[in-house]
Design a protein around this ligand. Sequence first.
Ligand code: SAH
Length: 241
Amino acid sequence: MLKNIRIVLVDTSHPGNIGAAARAMKNMALSQLHLVTPQLFPHQEATSRASGADDLLNSARVSGSLDEALAGCRLVVGTSARSRSVEWPVVSPREAAAKLVEEARQGDVALVFGRERSGLTNSELDRCTFLVNIPTNEAYSSLNLGAAVQVLAYEIYIAQRGEPEAVLESRRDLATAEMLQGFHEHLAQALDDIGFTDPRQSQKLLRRLRSLFQRARPDKDEINIMRGILSAMQGRKSMRR
Ligand code: SAH
């Protein structure tokens, strides 16, 4: 899945930054480096900064235009040192990483980095579905290119590592909407029966309890347990017993 994530560097002037980006990528198990019109590449400085990640430099794809580097991608995320939220939606590194990892399961995706001096042009930003901004000191917001690659590659690594848990969660046999509705009606009734709430004044409390159970995402068994408890509270035996 990480093989479907391209790191695209546009018009990089310092070959050392290309090497630093390759190293940052390899640390975080990313391998697809795309270079759009790099000013000096291949270059000794790139190789030395890449340290043991020169295999990524050797397999890097060099293209003449951004469109060529983005060919076949279903999602393109741009990076911006400023939060220019008016024209392009801007998300956090964590949100961007989650989206990239999710979409990379279906096909190729790209994360695009700009020039050291001037970042990405507006027409390059137009290629992007959304932008990601790394939050920084407002008075000094521009990271070194290699450092920016490191931060985002790390978030991607963490996002995909969390995947088994997310999959586990999605495999749980979650209670359906009808089951939840039935449970909340039962809960309201039971709280009323034991004199805990007055049904006319309890809307706010019941809404808070709803949000508690929405957060917990109970499965079917858990809802059955809760309903058994409610029946016992009401002095009735659970229907299953
Ligand atoms: N003056 C430029 C800064 C470019 S920094 C500008 O305002 O856009 C070089 C590249 O590093 C950027 O194009 C971006 O890809 C990345 N970068 C630097 N700081 C960043 C930040 N805070 N958030 C996201 N990307 C950043």
